[in-house]
Design a protein around this ligand. Structure first.
Ligand code: FAD
Length: 551
């Protein structure tokens, strides 16, 4: 070798050694797991995939704290393209892996979990900065969010384009900034738009305005083939109807266009107490009946805006985390009541008002009086509060923070939610009197029970309801200790078995079935279309396997 080429050679050796070292270091720092195809880690999104223990731990738990399933990786997307990329990669691979969007992880049965696949942490799409606003003479801090945009259209009126990862509380604040707000809510607002639209999104407004899924104009969805599709009732309606109430099976919602209306300023919030089941249900049905068939005749200012109901066992505090409504004096009066079966019933209503001048306030009182006229609650047991619209909608937050500060929020939650046809409500009374009230230990959590008008739902959508004009929702929102949740779970099973054995045609809400047979029964006549849509939009069964529908 000529002496003159020595410097070149040593230069080459040094560069080679450095580049080897760099590639060893970068491989060491690149995520890696043999549960996923190695090519995945050469894509641009590799740097947004985490295999780190704490990420996997978060993605393998949820609000229910009962099911724990570990994914291979968690994707923290910073754009919709990242979501498209991961789903498309899986779809095109010879061995597709499962993928689930995780909103706030507030499911109770592992619905957003994926064994050995990829969980997409949707909230990482959130980009915002803290902002102060003054609304209704109060100062609020909220996140000025580029993924919540309010617009107006002559045909649609006001609407908001909202990222699927957005929390409803942020949607509320951002829309109020424009004097408008969505009309249909859930009781608790720290849930994502994609998460509630995958179920239905129900609350006391649903009897009048329908569930959240019927208040959506348009969606952007990443299907199980990795295609980004805009859909509505008019374009790609099959996908639109599939995704709403579709339990995450057909696509990942990346944008929803939500209907908005003028935002109320304040709320008259009333609770009435009953000791008789039949009177309680009759009065609830009377209140929602106005919106059954003739709702178009009703002016926006007429009627009630919210109707819910709940049960408490005798000697259980009527205040709970869902809302603390009663003063100590009210609590004493309620505790002194006796009731058959040891059960008391609360009918809960709200009336919004849009002006804060006194004249209108009197009108509101008159309207509430008119609506409640003829109701048969226990005389004298009517309780009223007047609160701001935000306080009303965000009523659960206070209870959450209190429980959280005592370490009681992250406990197991063996919840059971279901719909019951109106015609079987009398038979269902057995469940309250003989299953729930019998040994009510641990039943301090809220027990919700109130009716809906089915004409406010859309049967083309995937959400399943009983096939009757009016049906009730029951929500047993239990909390338990770490090692005694199975007592409550047995009670849930007893209720389901009783209904099955006695022909009560319940439909679970936030369903938690594990076998295909159970899912077929759940969907009933909708099963074929549900399967057909799965075949169209997620033929390789990639999405949301934690629902246990398609194996
Ligand atoms: P996650 O638990 O993260 O996901 C739920 C399912 O939706 C999963 O299958 C997931 O893969 C899928 N998913 C998540 N994001 C998307 C997306 N962008 N696109 C497609 N699929 C997606 N429900 C009501 O209707 N009314 C109530 O009043 C109500 N109150 C509640 C109160 C509390 C305290 C809790 C914990 C829950 C309540 N729920 C209520 C239930 C709640 O609506 C559902 O559990 C909802 O799915 C939770 O939303 P999330 O963002 O946490 O979804």
């Amino acid at each position: 070798m000529p002496k003159s080429s020595l410097p070149y050679l040593s230069c080459f050796v040094i560069i080679f050694v450095i580049s080897r070292l760099m590639s060893i270091i970068s491989v060491k720092h690149r995520p890696w797991t043999d549960l996923l195809p190695c090519e995945l880690f050469s894509l641009d999104i590799a740097s947004k995939l985490s295999l780190n223990k704490s990420s996997l731990a978060i993605a393998s738990t949820d609000f229910g704290n009962l099911v724990h399933v570990t994914p291979a990786a968690v994707l923290y997307p910073s754009s919709i393209e990242d979501i498209i990329s991961i789903v498309k990669f899986s779809y095109n691979h010879s061995l597709p892996f499962k993928v689930a969007a995780r909103g706030r992880g507030h499911s109770c049965r592992g619905q957003a979990m994926v064994e050995n696949g990829v969980v997409i942490d949707m909230t990482s799409l959130n980009r915002f900065k803290l902002k102060n606003i003054s609304y209704n003479n109060n100062y609020h801090q909220y996140y000025d969010n580029s993924r919540i945009r309010v617009s107006y259209d002559a045909l649609l009126g006001f609407y908001a384009d909202v990222g699927g990862e957005q929390l409803w509380i942020d949607v509320l604040h951002a829309t109020l900034d424009h004097g408008v707000a969505p009309v249909s809510w859930t009781d608790y607002l720290y849930l994502t738009v994609g998460g509630t639209l995958s179920n239905a999104g129900i609350s006391g407004q649903s009897f009048r305005y329908g569930p959240q899924i019927t208040n959506v104009h348009e969606l952007d969805v990443v299907t199980g083939k990795g295609e980004l599709i805009t859909c509505s009732k008019k374009i790609n309606s099959e996908l639109f109807n599939a995704v709403l109430g579709g339990l995450g099976q057909f696509g990942i919602i990346t944008r929803a266009r939500i209907k908005l209306k003028a935002a109320p300023k304040r709320v008259k919030w009333v609770r009435m107490l009953y000791d008789n089941y039949s009177t309680f249900t009759r009065d609830q049905e009377h209140l929602i009946s106005l919106y059954g068939n003739y709702q178009d005749l009703i002016d926006v200012n007429d009627g009630l805006d919210y109707v819910e109901g709940s049960l408490i066992m005798h000697n259980v505090d009527p205040n709970n985390w869902r809302s603390s409504f009663f003063t100590p004096n009210d609590q004493d009066r309620i505790a002194s009541l006796n009731s058959p079966n040891g059960i008391l019933y609360f009918l809960e209503v709200a009336k919004y008002y849009y002006h804060d001048d006194d004249a209108n306030d009197t009108n509101i009182d008159k309207e509430v009086e008119k609506q409640l006229k003829g109701l048969n609650f226990i005389p004298g047991y009517i309780f009223t509060q007047e609160v701001s619209f935000v306080e009303f909608l965000n009523r659960v937050r206070k209870g959450e923070l209190e429980l959280e500060s005592k370490g009681l929020w992250d406990v197991p939650h063996p919840w059971l939610n279901m719909f019951i046809p109106r015609s079987q409500i009398d038979d269902f009374q057995y469940v309250f009197a003989n299953i729930i009230a019998k040994d009510s230990k641990g039943l301090e959590g809220p027990i919700l029970f109130y009716p809906f008008n089915r004409n406010k739902w859309d049967d083309k959508m995937s959400a399943v309801t009983p096939e009757e004009d009016v049906f009730y929702t029951l929500g047993l929102l239990h909390s338990s200790g770490l090692d005694d949740w199975d007592v409550l779970e047995h009670k849930n099973e007893e209720i389901i078995n009783y209904c099955n054995e006695n022909g009560i045609q319940i439909k679970q809400y936030l369903p938690r079935y594990t076998t295909t047979e159970e899912w077929k029964t759940h969907f009933g006549s909708k099963w074929r279309i549900f399967q057909h849509r799965k075949n169209l939009f997620d033929p390789k069964l990639i999405l949301s396997p934690g629902q246990n529908i398609f194996k």
